[in-house]
Design a protein around this ligand. Structure first.
Ligand code: SF4
Ligand code: SF4
Length: 324
């Protein structure tokens, strides 16, 4: 298990956070300085997957089976304090329809079983992931959780079927929740390395990305760069709607509905084509994206690809061992 501490703020940033206006100004300047370089790197990625107005198959599918989170992170548009969405569950039939389609197209990308939610609040999810593993043995399975609904039994079941389990432990004093502490003790005393687990110490109160303007701590920053997400990521909400990206927390920009169509047809539909052509030169061409300062999407594309490569090599090794 890899442990990452993301709770340490520098003295400088602590000082400036006390003075909101100066802090906002400095953050905005920093983002703007990164803007051009990020744009050029992202265009390189997009050109490698988008040719003649046609986009390669998505490499990342995100499925949200429940529309709620129990977390109270100050920067998050779906924190339990402010989430305007109704509680909604994905129907079992719909979940397995999606899996059947992924199986049919032999999908070997990344399949995440969470969206803007705490996926483990859905009591069905572990059973479903286990069934999904039988259907899609070569797909990369991932789940991010805030850790609060976990216990050792669930942890063991999940680590058995997931390629990546990320536990984001949100606490401003950098303390683990007692259940996560128990899991960490188990890992520390175990012979298994749990290489597929990342435990992150995270802050509950901090300033993060604007999340397309929906973050309660969002700054008014205008980024001119493109965004790679519409070229490699597809997001499915509990009611089957396909939302624009993982930052479309409330499902405001809908590209189609999986109940009425296939993922492939939606991915290649007129709305997506129009949007990709518009966002290519600048996100300022799309009303929904104008207030979004997200600049991790290109790194995320490359990170997901590294997980896909790793899985390919593991599958090859298993096949080779079996043919001996
Ligand atoms: S950041 Fe994650 S844990 Fe925190 S409120 Fe949002 S979805 Fe929940
Ligand atoms: S610019 Fe922001 S809102 Fe628009 S697609 Fe990218 S991440 Fe999503």
């Amino acid at each position: 298990m890899k442990v990452e501490n993301q709770t340490i703020k520098s003295k400088k940033s602590e000082f400036f956070e006390k003075f909101k206006k100066i802090n906002d100004f400095l953050r905005s300047k920093k983002k703007k300085l990164k803007d051009k370089k990020f744009h050029l790197e992202s265009i390189k990625t997009i050109n490698s997957i988008y040719k003649d107005e046609k986009c390669d198959l998505f490499t990342h599918v995100q499925i949200e089976t429940i529309s709620k989170c129990n977390g109270r992170c100050s920067f998050c548009p779906v924190s339990a304090k402010i989430d305007p969405r109704n509680l909604e569950y994905m129907k079992e039939e719909l979940f397995f329809k999606i899996l059947s389609e992924l199986k049919q197209i032999n999908f070997k990308g990344v399949l995440s079983f969470f969206g803007n939610n705490e996926a483990l609040l859905d009591k069905r999810i572990i059973d479903w992931i286990e069934k999904a593993r039988d259907m899609l043995p070569e797909t990369v399975f991932g789940l991010y959780t805030n850790g609060t609904p976990l216990n050792l039994k669930k942890f063991l079941r999940l680590t058995n079927v997931l390629d990546e389990l990320v536990i984001n432990n949100y606490n401003d004093a950098a303390k683990l929740h007692s259940n996560v502490e128990e899991i960490k003790k188990h890992v520390d005393n175990s012979n298994s390395k749990y290489d597929n687990v990342i435990l992150r110490y995270r802050l509950e109160n901090q300033i993060m990305n604007t999340r397309s303007g929906n973050s309660p701590t969002a700054l008014n920053i205008k980024i001119n760069a493109t965004c790679t997400y519409p070229f490699h990521q597809i997001n499915i909400l509990p009611n089957g709607n396909i939302s624009l990206c993982c930052n479309d927390a409330y499902g405001d920009k809908i590209m189609g509905n999986i109940k009425e169509n296939t993922l492939i047809n939606i991915w290649n539909n007129v709305e997506y084509k129009k949007l990709r052509n518009e966002i290519y030169s600048s996100r300022q061409n799309i009303d929904f994206c104008k207030s979004c300062d997200e600049m991790d999407n290109n790194d995320d594309y490359h990170y997901k690809n590294s997980l896909i490569e790793k899985k390919k090599n593991e599958t090859k090794k298993i096949d080779a061992d079996m043919s001996k």
